[in-house]
Ligand binder design. Structure first.
Ligand SMILES: Nc1nc2[nH]cnc2c(=O)[nH]1
Length: 419
Protein backbone atom coordinates (compact mmCIF):
# COMPACT_ATOMS: atom_id res chain seq x y z
CA UNK A 1 0.00 0.00 0.00
CA UNK A 2 1.42 3.24 -1.02
CA UNK A 3 2.06 5.64 1.83
CA UNK A 4 0.35 8.98 1.86
CA UNK A 5 2.33 11.82 0.46
CA UNK A 6 2.36 15.21 2.01
CA UNK A 7 1.78 18.31 0.10
CA UNK A 8 3.81 21.00 1.77
CA UNK A 9 2.89 24.55 1.22
CA UNK A 10 5.73 26.67 2.38
CA UNK A 11 4.66 30.18 2.82
CA UNK A 12 7.00 33.08 3.29
CA UNK A 13 6.10 36.52 4.47
CA UNK A 14 7.57 38.20 1.43
CA UNK A 15 5.06 40.45 -0.20
CA UNK A 16 2.99 40.75 2.95
CA UNK A 17 3.93 44.14 4.30
CA UNK A 18 0.66 44.42 6.16
CA UNK A 19 1.52 41.58 8.43
CA UNK A 20 1.51 42.68 12.04
CA UNK A 21 4.85 41.85 13.55
CA UNK A 22 4.12 43.75 16.66
CA UNK A 23 2.78 40.76 18.37
CA UNK A 24 -0.85 41.45 17.81
CA UNK A 25 -1.12 39.49 14.67
CA UNK A 26 -4.79 40.18 14.31
CA UNK A 27 -6.81 42.64 12.40
CA UNK A 28 -6.61 45.46 14.84
CA UNK A 29 -7.60 49.10 14.79
CA UNK A 30 -4.21 50.49 15.56
CA UNK A 31 -2.85 52.88 12.99
CA UNK A 32 0.79 52.00 12.68
CA UNK A 33 3.08 54.65 11.27
CA UNK A 34 4.47 54.63 7.79
CA UNK A 35 7.85 53.73 9.14
CA UNK A 36 6.55 50.51 10.49
CA UNK A 37 6.58 47.91 7.78
CA UNK A 38 3.56 46.56 9.57
CA UNK A 39 1.12 49.33 8.85
CA UNK A 40 -2.49 48.43 9.01
CA UNK A 41 -4.23 48.57 5.64
CA UNK A 42 -7.29 50.60 4.77
CA UNK A 43 -6.72 53.32 7.30
CA UNK A 44 -6.05 56.22 5.03
CA UNK A 45 -9.40 57.25 3.72
CA UNK A 46 -10.79 60.75 3.71
CA UNK A 47 -11.49 60.50 7.46
CA UNK A 48 -7.85 59.65 8.18
CA UNK A 49 -6.63 62.63 6.19
CA UNK A 50 -9.18 64.91 7.87
CA UNK A 51 -7.93 63.84 11.30
CA UNK A 52 -4.34 64.38 10.19
CA UNK A 53 -5.32 67.83 8.93
CA UNK A 54 -6.89 68.72 12.30
CA UNK A 55 -3.71 67.57 14.12
CA UNK A 56 -1.60 69.60 11.70
CA UNK A 57 -3.67 72.73 12.26
CA UNK A 58 -3.40 72.33 16.04
CA UNK A 59 0.38 71.89 15.74
CA UNK A 60 0.81 74.81 13.33
CA UNK A 61 -1.34 77.16 15.45
CA UNK A 62 0.63 76.21 18.55
CA UNK A 63 4.04 76.42 16.85
CA UNK A 64 3.20 79.86 15.44
CA UNK A 65 1.48 81.28 18.53
CA UNK A 66 3.79 80.04 21.30
CA UNK A 67 7.14 81.37 19.94
CA UNK A 68 5.52 84.72 19.13
CA UNK A 69 4.15 85.04 22.67
CA UNK A 70 7.54 83.97 24.04
CA UNK A 71 9.10 86.84 22.02
CA UNK A 72 6.43 89.17 23.41
CA UNK A 73 7.30 87.95 26.91
CA UNK A 74 11.01 88.71 26.43
CA UNK A 75 10.36 92.01 24.64
CA UNK A 76 7.99 93.26 27.34
CA UNK A 77 10.28 92.75 30.29
CA UNK A 78 10.02 89.02 30.94
CA UNK A 79 13.42 87.76 32.08
CA UNK A 80 12.76 84.53 33.92
CA UNK A 81 14.19 81.71 31.87
CA UNK A 82 12.55 79.13 34.12
CA UNK A 83 9.14 80.80 33.68
CA UNK A 84 9.52 80.60 29.88
CA UNK A 85 10.53 76.95 30.33
CA UNK A 86 7.65 76.17 32.69
CA UNK A 87 5.18 77.67 30.20
CA UNK A 88 6.22 75.01 27.68
CA UNK A 89 4.80 72.21 29.80
CA UNK A 90 2.51 73.76 32.42
CA UNK A 91 -0.58 73.82 30.19
CA UNK A 92 -0.95 70.04 30.33
CA UNK A 93 -3.68 70.03 33.06
CA UNK A 94 -5.97 71.40 30.32
CA UNK A 95 -5.67 68.00 28.67
CA UNK A 96 -7.24 66.34 31.70
CA UNK A 97 -10.63 67.58 30.47
CA UNK A 98 -10.64 65.57 27.19
CA UNK A 99 -8.81 62.74 28.96
CA UNK A 100 -11.52 62.39 31.59
CA UNK A 101 -14.21 62.57 28.93
CA UNK A 102 -12.61 59.66 27.10
CA UNK A 103 -13.75 56.75 29.22
CA UNK A 104 -11.68 53.58 29.01
CA UNK A 105 -14.77 51.68 27.84
CA UNK A 106 -15.29 54.06 24.91
CA UNK A 107 -11.73 53.53 23.70
CA UNK A 108 -11.42 49.86 24.59
CA UNK A 109 -12.40 48.79 21.09
CA UNK A 110 -9.49 50.75 19.71
CA UNK A 111 -7.04 49.22 22.16
CA UNK A 112 -7.17 45.50 21.57
CA UNK A 113 -3.83 44.96 23.29
CA UNK A 114 -2.71 45.79 26.76
CA UNK A 115 0.54 47.76 26.82
CA UNK A 116 3.46 45.46 26.07
CA UNK A 117 5.20 46.70 29.20
CA UNK A 118 4.06 46.78 32.80
CA UNK A 119 2.69 49.95 34.39
CA UNK A 120 6.01 50.51 36.12
CA UNK A 121 7.93 50.37 32.84
CA UNK A 122 5.45 52.74 31.16
CA UNK A 123 5.81 55.13 34.13
CA UNK A 124 9.62 54.90 34.00
CA UNK A 125 9.60 55.62 30.26
CA UNK A 126 7.34 58.66 30.84
CA UNK A 127 9.66 59.95 33.60
CA UNK A 128 12.71 59.52 31.34
CA UNK A 129 11.00 61.27 28.43
CA UNK A 130 9.72 64.01 30.76
CA UNK A 131 13.25 64.74 32.01
CA UNK A 132 14.51 64.90 28.44
CA UNK A 133 11.64 67.21 27.45
CA UNK A 134 12.28 69.43 30.51
CA UNK A 135 15.96 69.86 29.57
CA UNK A 136 15.07 70.51 25.93
CA UNK A 137 12.51 73.13 26.96
CA UNK A 138 15.18 74.99 28.96
CA UNK A 139 17.63 74.97 26.04
CA UNK A 140 14.83 76.21 23.74
CA UNK A 141 14.02 79.08 26.12
CA UNK A 142 17.65 80.20 26.22
CA UNK A 143 17.98 79.80 22.46
CA UNK A 144 14.97 82.03 21.80
CA UNK A 145 16.34 84.73 24.07
CA UNK A 146 19.90 84.69 22.78
CA UNK A 147 19.33 84.46 19.03
CA UNK A 148 17.57 86.74 16.56
CA UNK A 149 14.41 85.31 14.92
CA UNK A 150 16.20 84.66 11.65
CA UNK A 151 19.21 82.81 13.04
CA UNK A 152 16.98 80.92 15.42
CA UNK A 153 14.76 79.75 12.52
CA UNK A 154 17.79 78.72 10.52
CA UNK A 155 19.40 76.68 13.25
CA UNK A 156 16.06 75.24 14.39
CA UNK A 157 15.48 73.85 10.91
CA UNK A 158 18.32 71.42 11.57
CA UNK A 159 15.84 69.54 13.76
CA UNK A 160 14.50 68.05 10.54
CA UNK A 161 17.92 66.75 9.53
CA UNK A 162 18.45 65.38 13.05
CA UNK A 163 15.03 63.75 12.83
CA UNK A 164 15.95 62.15 9.51
CA UNK A 165 18.81 60.42 11.33
CA UNK A 166 16.90 59.48 14.50
CA UNK A 167 13.85 58.21 12.63
CA UNK A 168 16.09 56.09 10.38
CA UNK A 169 18.02 54.66 13.33
CA UNK A 170 15.22 54.35 15.89
CA UNK A 171 12.02 54.02 13.88
CA UNK A 172 13.28 52.32 10.72
CA UNK A 173 11.92 55.15 8.58
CA UNK A 174 12.07 54.39 4.86
CA UNK A 175 13.47 57.24 2.76
CA UNK A 176 12.21 57.97 -0.71
CA UNK A 177 13.23 60.71 -3.14
CA UNK A 178 10.12 62.72 -2.21
CA UNK A 179 10.80 62.52 1.53
CA UNK A 180 14.43 63.56 1.01
CA UNK A 181 13.25 66.41 -1.23
CA UNK A 182 10.87 67.55 1.49
CA UNK A 183 13.57 67.52 4.20
CA UNK A 184 16.07 69.40 1.99
CA UNK A 185 13.62 72.04 0.68
CA UNK A 186 12.21 72.73 4.16
CA UNK A 187 15.74 73.12 5.56
CA UNK A 188 16.68 75.51 2.73
CA UNK A 189 13.46 77.43 3.31
CA UNK A 190 14.45 78.15 6.90
CA UNK A 191 18.02 78.89 5.75
CA UNK A 192 16.67 81.60 3.46
CA UNK A 193 15.34 83.43 6.50
CA UNK A 194 18.89 83.82 7.75
CA UNK A 195 19.80 85.67 4.56
CA UNK A 196 16.94 88.01 5.38
CA UNK A 197 18.09 88.35 8.97
CA UNK A 198 18.68 92.07 9.14
CA UNK A 199 15.02 92.98 8.98
CA UNK A 200 14.17 90.89 12.03
CA UNK A 201 17.15 91.59 14.17
CA UNK A 202 16.15 95.17 14.74
CA UNK A 203 12.74 94.57 16.18
CA UNK A 204 11.79 91.02 16.88
CA UNK A 205 14.10 89.91 19.61
CA UNK A 206 14.60 90.19 23.28
CA UNK A 207 17.51 91.97 24.84
CA UNK A 208 19.64 88.86 24.77
CA UNK A 209 19.63 88.81 21.00
CA UNK A 210 21.37 92.11 20.79
CA UNK A 211 23.85 91.07 23.47
CA UNK A 212 27.45 90.18 22.95
CA UNK A 213 28.92 87.57 20.64
CA UNK A 214 29.38 85.13 23.49
CA UNK A 215 25.66 84.98 24.10
CA UNK A 216 24.99 84.52 20.41
CA UNK A 217 27.49 81.68 20.24
CA UNK A 218 25.85 80.07 23.26
CA UNK A 219 22.42 80.61 21.68
CA UNK A 220 23.64 78.90 18.52
CA UNK A 221 24.95 75.88 20.40
CA UNK A 222 21.81 75.65 22.56
CA UNK A 223 19.50 75.84 19.51
CA UNK A 224 21.51 73.10 17.85
CA UNK A 225 21.34 70.93 20.98
CA UNK A 226 17.60 71.63 21.44
CA UNK A 227 16.96 70.69 17.81
CA UNK A 228 18.84 67.41 18.19
CA UNK A 229 17.13 66.54 21.48
CA UNK A 230 13.71 67.52 20.10
CA UNK A 231 14.23 65.19 17.11
CA UNK A 232 15.36 62.44 19.48
CA UNK A 233 12.31 62.86 21.74
CA UNK A 234 9.91 62.66 18.77
CA UNK A 235 11.51 59.40 17.64
CA UNK A 236 11.45 58.06 21.20
CA UNK A 237 7.77 58.96 21.54
CA UNK A 238 7.08 57.06 18.33
CA UNK A 239 8.88 53.98 19.54
CA UNK A 240 7.08 54.27 22.90
CA UNK A 241 3.65 54.22 21.25
CA UNK A 242 4.72 51.40 18.98
CA UNK A 243 6.69 49.10 21.25
CA UNK A 244 5.97 49.99 24.88
CA UNK A 245 2.31 50.98 24.86
CA UNK A 246 1.26 49.37 21.60
CA UNK A 247 -1.64 51.76 21.19
CA UNK A 248 -1.97 55.03 19.36
CA UNK A 249 -5.35 56.16 20.58
CA UNK A 250 -6.13 59.69 21.72
CA UNK A 251 -6.42 58.42 25.29
CA UNK A 252 -2.85 57.13 25.30
CA UNK A 253 -1.46 60.16 23.49
CA UNK A 254 -3.05 62.45 26.09
CA UNK A 255 -1.95 60.21 28.96
CA UNK A 256 1.67 60.20 27.80
CA UNK A 257 1.52 63.94 27.14
CA UNK A 258 0.13 64.73 30.61
CA UNK A 259 2.63 62.43 32.33
CA UNK A 260 5.73 63.70 30.50
CA UNK A 261 4.62 67.35 30.83
CA UNK A 262 4.10 66.87 34.57
CA UNK A 263 7.70 65.65 34.92
CA UNK A 264 8.99 68.49 32.69
CA UNK A 265 7.02 71.01 34.81
CA UNK A 266 8.62 69.68 38.00
CA UNK A 267 12.03 70.13 36.39
CA UNK A 268 11.13 73.80 35.70
CA UNK A 269 9.70 74.43 39.17
CA UNK A 270 12.77 72.85 40.76
CA UNK A 271 15.00 75.01 38.55
CA UNK A 272 13.05 78.13 39.44
CA UNK A 273 13.49 77.52 43.17
CA UNK A 274 17.09 76.31 42.91
CA UNK A 275 18.11 79.38 40.90
CA UNK A 276 16.22 81.77 43.17
CA UNK A 277 14.34 83.16 40.15
CA UNK A 278 11.03 82.73 41.95
CA UNK A 279 11.89 85.78 44.08
CA UNK A 280 11.96 88.06 41.02
CA UNK A 281 8.69 86.92 39.42
CA UNK A 282 6.40 89.30 41.34
CA UNK A 283 8.47 92.38 40.46
CA UNK A 284 8.87 91.19 36.90
CA UNK A 285 5.08 90.83 36.53
CA UNK A 286 4.38 94.24 38.05
CA UNK A 287 6.85 95.94 35.68
CA UNK A 288 5.60 94.05 32.62
CA UNK A 289 4.73 96.31 29.69
CA UNK A 290 1.20 96.54 28.23
CA UNK A 291 -0.57 96.33 31.61
CA UNK A 292 1.56 94.92 34.41
CA UNK A 293 0.62 91.73 36.22
CA UNK A 294 -2.61 91.10 34.26
CA UNK A 295 -0.75 91.32 30.94
CA UNK A 296 2.06 89.15 32.34
CA UNK A 297 -0.35 86.43 33.42
CA UNK A 298 -2.25 86.61 30.11
CA UNK A 299 1.03 86.29 28.14
CA UNK A 300 2.31 83.36 30.18
CA UNK A 301 -1.07 81.58 30.03
CA UNK A 302 -1.16 82.17 26.25
CA UNK A 303 2.35 80.69 25.96
CA UNK A 304 1.29 77.65 27.99
CA UNK A 305 -1.80 77.07 25.85
CA UNK A 306 0.19 77.56 22.63
CA UNK A 307 2.97 75.16 23.64
CA UNK A 308 0.44 72.60 24.76
CA UNK A 309 -1.34 72.78 21.40
CA UNK A 310 2.01 72.43 19.62
CA UNK A 311 3.08 69.41 21.64
CA UNK A 312 -0.25 67.60 21.60
CA UNK A 313 -0.58 68.18 17.83
CA UNK A 314 2.96 66.85 17.37
CA UNK A 315 2.30 63.76 19.52
CA UNK A 316 -0.92 63.01 17.65
CA UNK A 317 0.98 63.15 14.35
CA UNK A 318 3.77 61.01 15.78
CA UNK A 319 1.17 58.42 16.80
CA UNK A 320 -0.96 58.68 13.68
CA UNK A 321 1.75 59.04 11.02
CA UNK A 322 5.39 59.30 12.15
CA UNK A 323 7.86 61.43 14.08
CA UNK A 324 9.35 62.72 10.83
CA UNK A 325 5.94 63.84 9.56
CA UNK A 326 5.29 65.65 12.86
CA UNK A 327 8.64 67.41 12.53
CA UNK A 328 8.04 68.30 8.87
CA UNK A 329 4.74 69.93 9.89
CA UNK A 330 6.37 71.75 12.81
CA UNK A 331 9.17 73.01 10.57
CA UNK A 332 6.53 74.39 8.21
CA UNK A 333 5.67 76.81 11.02
CA UNK A 334 9.22 78.27 11.11
CA UNK A 335 8.79 80.49 8.04
CA UNK A 336 5.26 81.36 9.20
CA UNK A 337 6.53 82.92 12.44
CA UNK A 338 8.50 85.75 10.77
CA UNK A 339 5.47 86.44 8.56
CA UNK A 340 3.19 86.72 11.60
CA UNK A 341 5.90 88.82 13.28
CA UNK A 342 5.28 91.41 10.56
CA UNK A 343 1.86 92.01 12.08
CA UNK A 344 2.83 91.61 15.73
CA UNK A 345 6.22 93.30 15.98
CA UNK A 346 6.19 95.50 12.90
CA UNK A 347 8.91 93.50 11.13
CA UNK A 348 9.44 94.30 7.46
CA UNK A 349 7.81 91.97 4.94
CA UNK A 350 10.37 91.02 2.34
CA UNK A 351 10.39 89.01 -0.86
CA UNK A 352 12.74 86.50 0.72
CA UNK A 353 10.23 85.76 3.49
CA UNK A 354 7.55 85.08 0.88
CA UNK A 355 9.91 82.80 -1.07
CA UNK A 356 10.89 80.98 2.15
CA UNK A 357 7.24 80.42 2.96
CA UNK A 358 6.44 79.15 -0.54
CA UNK A 359 9.43 76.79 -0.37
CA UNK A 360 8.24 75.49 2.98
CA UNK A 361 4.80 74.79 1.54
CA UNK A 362 6.40 73.10 -1.48
CA UNK A 363 8.59 70.92 0.72
CA UNK A 364 5.63 69.99 2.83
CA UNK A 365 3.46 69.12 -0.18
CA UNK A 366 6.27 66.90 -1.41
CA UNK A 367 5.96 64.88 1.78
CA UNK A 368 2.16 64.77 1.57
CA UNK A 369 2.41 63.57 -2.05
CA UNK A 370 4.64 60.72 -0.89
CA UNK A 371 1.86 59.69 1.48
CA UNK A 372 -0.66 59.86 -1.35
CA UNK A 373 1.54 57.53 -3.43
CA UNK A 374 1.87 55.23 -0.44
CA UNK A 375 -1.93 55.08 -0.19
CA UNK A 376 -2.20 54.12 -3.83
CA UNK A 377 0.41 51.39 -3.42
CA UNK A 378 -1.50 50.14 -0.41
CA UNK A 379 -4.80 50.01 -2.29
CA UNK A 380 -3.11 48.21 -5.21
CA UNK A 381 -1.56 45.72 -2.78
CA UNK A 382 -4.95 45.14 -1.23
CA UNK A 383 -6.56 44.49 -4.57
CA UNK A 384 -3.82 41.95 -5.18
CA UNK A 385 -4.65 40.35 -1.85
CA UNK A 386 -8.32 40.08 -2.73
CA UNK A 387 -7.45 38.46 -6.05
CA UNK A 388 -5.10 36.11 -4.27
CA UNK A 389 -7.83 35.23 -1.77
CA UNK A 390 -9.80 33.66 -4.60
CA UNK A 391 -7.04 31.07 -4.89
CA UNK A 392 -7.06 28.44 -2.15
CA UNK A 393 -3.27 28.33 -1.82
CA UNK A 394 -3.08 32.09 -1.53
CA UNK A 395 -5.98 32.21 0.93
CA UNK A 396 -3.96 29.98 3.24
CA UNK A 397 -1.10 32.45 2.88
CA UNK A 398 -3.42 35.29 3.78
CA UNK A 399 -4.84 33.56 6.84
CA UNK A 400 -1.51 32.45 8.24
CA UNK A 401 0.26 35.74 7.67
CA UNK A 402 3.94 34.95 7.58
CA UNK A 403 6.13 31.91 7.20
CA UNK A 404 3.76 29.05 7.81
CA UNK A 405 3.75 25.47 6.84
CA UNK A 406 0.53 23.76 5.96
CA UNK A 407 0.77 20.03 5.76
CA UNK A 408 -2.00 18.37 3.84
CA UNK A 409 -2.20 14.59 3.76
CA UNK A 410 -2.69 13.48 0.18
CA UNK A 411 -2.95 10.22 -1.69
CA UNK A 412 0.26 8.82 -3.09
CA UNK A 413 0.88 10.89 -6.16
CA UNK A 414 4.55 10.20 -6.21
CA UNK A 415 5.39 13.87 -5.89
CA UNK A 416 6.01 16.37 -3.14
CA UNK A 417 4.70 19.80 -3.94
CA UNK A 418 6.38 22.75 -2.38
CA UNK A 419 4.83 26.03 -3.31
N1 LIG B 1 13.61 72.26 19.52
C1 LIG B 1 12.28 72.39 19.48
N2 LIG B 1 11.60 72.34 20.61
C2 LIG B 1 10.28 72.45 20.55
N3 LIG B 1 9.36 72.40 21.53
C3 LIG B 1 8.15 72.54 20.95
N4 LIG B 1 8.28 72.66 19.62
C4 LIG B 1 9.60 72.61 19.36
C5 LIG B 1 10.34 72.68 18.16
O1 LIG B 1 9.81 72.83 17.06
N5 LIG B 1 11.68 72.55 18.29
Amino acid sequence: MAHAQEIQLQITDEGFPEHDESGGGDDNDIEWPESARTSSPNKRGVRWWMLVLVDMLILLCGEAMAPLLTRLYYNSGGKSMWMATLAQSAGSPLLLIPLLLLTPRATAAEEPHRPAATGKVVAAVCVGLGLLVGCENLMYSYAMLYLPVSTFSLVSATQLAFNAVTSRLINGQRFTALILNSVVVLTFSAALLAVDGGSDDASGDGEGASGNGKRRALGFVLTLCASAVYALTLSLFEVTFEKVIRARTLRWVLTVQVATSAVASWVSVAGMFASGEWRTIRAEAAAFEHGGTAAYVATVVGMAVGWQAATVGAKRLVARVSSLFANVTGTLALPLVPVFAVAMFGDRMTGIKVVAMLMAVWGFLSYVYEHHLEDRRRVAAQKGRRTAAACSVCSVRLRTGHRAQVVVPAPDLGVTYQG
